[in-house]
Ligand binder design. Sequence first.
Ligand SMILES: C[S@@+](CC[C@H](N)C(=O)[O-])C[C@H]1O[C@@H](n2cnc3c(N)ncnc32)[C@H](O)[C@@H]1O
Length: 225
Amino acid sequence: MSSSKGSSPTTGRAGEYDEWFLRQGRHDRGPEWNRRWFSEVAQVRGELDRFRPADEVLELACGTGLWTEQLARHAKRITAVDASPEVLKINRARLEGSRTLVSYVRADLFDWRPDGAYDVVFFGFWLSHVPPARFAAFWDLVRSALRPGGRVFFVDSLATERTGRGRTPEDHTTTRRLNDGREFRIVKIFYDPDDLAARLADIGWRLCVRRTENHLLYGFGEPRA
Ligand SMILES: C[S@@+](CC[C@H](N)C(=O)[O-])C[C@H]1O[C@@H](n2cnc3c(N)ncnc32)[C@H](O)[C@@H]1O
């Protein structure tokens, strides 16, 4: 992610991220909207359960642990990577007491190589922040982290009427506002599921990319041999 005003959206937003995901405070859009959001999140969690992220799992841009705790229901070990020490601290506290061993790595994903081979690589709400020029390199990184037979699962935002309003296909940024009023310009790309699956097929992935009714995009699969 990148910023144009203020210090850093990841530092400033660490404590606020969950409010967005949990539809609290200014992110509460009313009972009907919230019900649909949580039902679609539950749908993706169900897909993740069916996918079974077992054994050695690498989670990229793990954030505060909203998905780490879902992965921990299946994984033997999780390596969770994020650039922000603030979110890693929240994640560690959330996963305290989990039977799954979670190791934390503070790193910039655009300048990091995995030190092992994993059965599953997972990333939530991260692909939309990868700048277009880094798209192929990011998927190379994912490939390099997988052992033979390894698989990937990701979830992200779908453009909604609100988030996609007024955007042209070439527009890859959006304004992120914090509770204190500070604003940051960040990379945020909304993919069409079929286009994304086709692009990934072109660079050697066999991925099933799907959407929920309103809010979420998710995909799973593996690299072609
Ligand atoms: C939108 S949040 C998603 C967090 C989490 N995956 C989730 O779904 O709850 C994006 C995360 O990417 C992290 N991040 C941003 N830029 C990064 C970078 N260059 N390298 C590693 N992590 C980064 C942020 O700190 C933040 O935790």
